[in-house]
Write a protein that binds this ligand. Structure first.
Ligand code: SAH
Length: 230
């Protein structure tokens, strides 16, 4: 089954590389009607959302649903977030050339790809080995050379590459991991869903100025739980 998914993915990606992107109009419509129309205005974020072929990040059987207004399963009990949420977290992180990001929860690799369209380098960590492997293959096929993937527990961050201008956590916990706060650069921005992982969480933005961290509580959101490796 896994091999079949990978083969389909390779074929789909090859077609995409030949610019036979039959979903382009669906993608542009998604950005206009679901994202720009709901207040996302950062030009770089909108451009990235118009560029990344989301249909190559979902399960092959869900390809036709890739541009609809909802999260989708990616296997192993995990999900790719609704497009609006990805755009919102991206905009909140203030992506720009010259910046370096850490993402916890690679999943399909979609959020990492969106960031990588804008910033210099994205480091991303995934705790489910199969997802980590699949996302690494997918991002390589799609020729994202500025994304560095790793299998492991993102709770501890990635100290070897710290500090990060942007930290995006795409799984929920009842607190923000201390190592991630420490690995946030001066003027850095961290976005994470915080609250009861089994229920609804709040999207939290942390900013660091002169070493001091400020917290802003944003929208209610629903994410899968942040797991821990024993
Ligand atoms: N950003 C993803 C969506 C991720 S869903 C995308 O764009 O597709 C959340 C992901 O976080 C899941 O794949 C889950 O396995 C992963 N995850 C959960 N706990 C984690 C941890 N401690 N470290 C790294 N990844 C984790």
């Amino acid at each position: 089954m896994k091999q079949l998914t990978v083969i389909l993915l390779i074929l789909a990606s090859a077609l995409h590389a030949q610019k036979k992107d039959k979903y382009e109009s669906a993608r542009l419509k998604m950005v206009d009607s679901q994202i720009a129309a709901r207040g996302i205005s950062d030009a770089a974020t909108l451009r990235a959302m118009r560029t990344v072929p989301r249909h190559l990040f979902v399960l092959p059987e869900d390809e036709k649903e890739a541009y609809s207004d909802r999260p989708l399963p990616i296997g192993y009990g995990q999900t790719i977030s609704q497009p609006l949420i990805v755009a919102y977290m991206t905009e909140l992180s203030r992506p720009a050339k010259g910046k370096k990001a850490l993402e916890i929860g690679t999943g399909s690799g979609y959020q990492a790809a969106v960031l990588a369209e804008i910033i210099d380098t994205v480091y991303t960590i995934e705790i489910v080995p199969e997802l980590a492997w699949e996302a690494t293959a997918r991002l390589k096929i799609l020729e994202y050379q500025n994304i560095v993937t790793k299998y492991g527990d993102g709770y501890k961050g990635w100290p070897e590459h710290a500090p990060f201008d942007i930290i995006i956590v795409t799984a929920a916990a009842d607190h923000i991991p201390e190592p991630l706060k420490e690995q946030l650069a001066e003027n850095g921005r961290l976005v994470m869903p915080v609250g009861d992982p089994a229920k609804v969480q709040e999207l939290i933005l942390l900013t660091k100025k002169k070493g001091k961290i400020t917290e802003t509580v944003l929208e209610p959101v629903r994410f899968v739980p942040l797991k821990r490796l024993k």
